[in-house]
Design a protein around this ligand. Structure first.
Ligand SMILES: [Zn+2]
Ligand SMILES: [Zn+2]
Length: 133
């Protein structure tokens, strides 16, 4: 799958994955103004890396964005090959919302009607760290 930022200075190519996760955490909310819709993938291919910058918000990950237009690109789990790429980069919107994470941190002013699995912050962190063992 191939996606790009608003100004097309950054083009990202990933393996096919149509399962989206909505993250309701306060950091996604602050970063993007709402829940973050991403899919998990490994080993992404980036064109225009010079036009990107990143913000290391937590010890285990960086948020990466286009420094020309500001489009949010992905979250990278440091020390791994795991990337959580923004669904909005892809014009082909053949996605299905599979899960919602940090459901206990969701803003009170909306509810997603999609029938998905829901994980709290601690359930999600446990799942991530178990995956590393
Ligand atoms: Zn851009
Ligand atoms: Zn989040």
């Amino acid at each position: 799958m191939k996606g790009q930022c608003l100004c097309q200075a950054v083009i990202i190519e990933t393996m096919d994955n149509h399962e989206l996760h909505a993250c309701h955490c306060g950091n996604c909310r602050k970063w993007g103004g709402s829940a973050g819709f991403t899919f998990a993938t490994q080993g992404i291919d980036i064109k225009g890396k010079d036009n990107m910058t990143s913000y290391q918000m937590v010890a285990w990950g960086t948020r990466n964005f286009c420094k020309v237009c500001g489009t949010h690109l992905y979250f990278h789990q440091l020390g791994t090959d795991n990337y959580y790429v923004s669904a909005g980069l892809f014009d082909d919107m053949d996605f299905k919302l599979a899960s919602q994470i940090f459901i206990d941190k969701k803003a009170c002013y909306y509810e997603l009607a999609n029938d998905t699995s829901k994980l709290t912050e601690s359930e999600f962190i446990t799942m991530l760290t178990d995956g590393c063992k």
